[in-house]
Design a protein around this ligand. Structure first.
Ligand SMILES: [Zn+2]
Length: 55
């Protein structure tokens, strides 16, 4: 099972969300709890879900 590190809280998880969270339009991977926080900001954009247990 693969994991990724959350771009903002450094938590390691097998489920990550591909999101844009600032004006740089950079795609980063964030954990579920961070993604839920970013959903309210203007620059938030969702680009898919990454699941480590499918690889
Ligand atoms: Zn996080």
């Amino acid at each position: 099972m693969k994991t990724k590190i959350c771009a903002t809280c450094q938590k390691q998880d097998t489920l990550m969300y591909r999101v844009q969270i600032d004006a740089n339009k950079q795609w980063v991977f964030c954990c579920k709890s961070c993604t839920e926080q970013y959903q309210s900001i203007a620059d938030y954009k969702y680009g898919g879900t990454w699941k480590g247990n499918r690889h």
